[in-house]
Ligand binder design. Structure first.
Ligand code: GLN
Length: 326
């Protein structure tokens, strides 16, 4: 079960929410109508601690599609099935420095650069052990649901429209098949990948999913140990270097916690043993990251000094929580 975090945290989320209301930069993803016609004023934030403390502000219970944030959890499943070396045989872990749909494959091996860009995520989908692609997607949805602590559903309309406009992803998949880095059927694997992008979540769900990573694979809502702490660490590491695409370096400098964004405007970020944060704001910058959600994270990271490389004594969140508990 979740419990309320002290008002000092709720107030801070609300303050950041209210302060950023005037930030209206960015544009909606425009490649399919369900994304280009979404209400651009939506803005939700939620935080969840690994021991189940929860606080939220704004539109934290509005549903939207997971899009690229799903990549973290399919990676977790591939790591569970194959271990780190098995995954590394098929996909790299270096930031590509290019956009999320770039055609960047390693020379010689044909491996995509990392699992956080589309090419790499199509490969991690193919690595999920299953005897059919329906079973493969069921396992992915099961993993996403276990991390959210509730059964998630697919927005079939978004899935159909993703499928109808997937030429670039299909080209990437064929390219990888010809290079030998994708060994499963192109259309079937693409469907698994696009279906996981179309899974519906709220910012509140994202906070619990991020807190599952922060808690070493244990879901704070259900207490289920979804994957090992080693898998959680590997996923968080790859999020830290590659999760914000070609803005990953800036993000690590200014916010300092592993993160992943999606083209619908969601962001998750997590810090081991500290918190998981989920945000939603559909207006994106030109790298595909939500402008207001990035700003919110910068402000919260400064307020709570949660940077992964900060001195432990400088971290404010544990102190704030301890003080409120006294
Ligand atoms: N469905 C999108 C795609 O595959 C997801 C990309 C994203 O969220 N950055 O292109």
């Amino acid at each position: 079960m979740l419990h309320d975090l002290p008002s000092v945290v709720t107030d801070e989320l609300q303050r950041v929410h209210d302060e950023l209301v005037q930030v209206n930069e960015g544009g909606l993803a425009d490649y399919i109508p369900p994304l280009s016609e979404v209400d651009p004023t939506l803005f939700g934030l939620a935080i969840c601690t690994p021991d189940g403390g929860f606080a939220a502000a704004g539109d934290h219970d509005v549903a939207f599609t997971l899009q690229s944030i799903s990549k973290c959890f399919t990676l977790a499943l591939a790591l569970v099935d194959h271990g780190l070396e098995g995954v590394l045989d098929r996909v790299g872990v270096e930031p590509s420095g290019e956009s999320y749909n770039a055609v960047s494959l390693e020379e010689g091996t044909g491996r995509p650069d990392n699992p956080m860009i589309n090419a790499g995520a199509i490969v991690t989908c193919s690595l999920v052990e299953a005897s059919s692609s329906a079973e493969r997607f069921d396992r992915v949805l099961g993993m996403l649901s276990s991390c959210a602590g509730r059964e998630l559903d697919v927005d079939e309309n978004v899935f159909e429209q993703e499928l109808a406009t997937a030429d670039r992803n299909r080209a990437l998949a064929y390219f990888m098949r010809s290079a030998g880095s994708l060994t499963t059927d192109v259309d079937e694997t693409l469907e698994v990948y696009l279906r996981q992008c179309a899974v519906l979540v709220t910012a509140g769900d994202l906070a619990v999913m991020a807190a599952t990573l922060a808690g070493g694979g244990r879901n704070p809502l259900t207490n289920e140990q979804v994957f090992s702490s080693t898998v959680a660490r590997h996923v968080l590491t790859i999020m830290a270097t590659c999760g914000m695409y070609d803005a990953s370096g800036q993000w690590l400098l200014r916010v300092g916690s592993p993160a992943k964004s999606g083209v619908s405007g969601g962001i998750i970020t997590a810090s081991p043993a500290q918190f998981g944060l989920g945000l939603y704001r559909p207006l994106l910058d030109d790298r595909g990251n939500s402008v207001r959600a990035v700003r919110a994270c910068e402000q919260l990271a400064e307020r709570f000094t949660w940077h992964a490389l900060a001195q432990p004594d400088d971290r404010q969140l544990p102190a704030v929580l301890d003080e409120a508990a006294d």
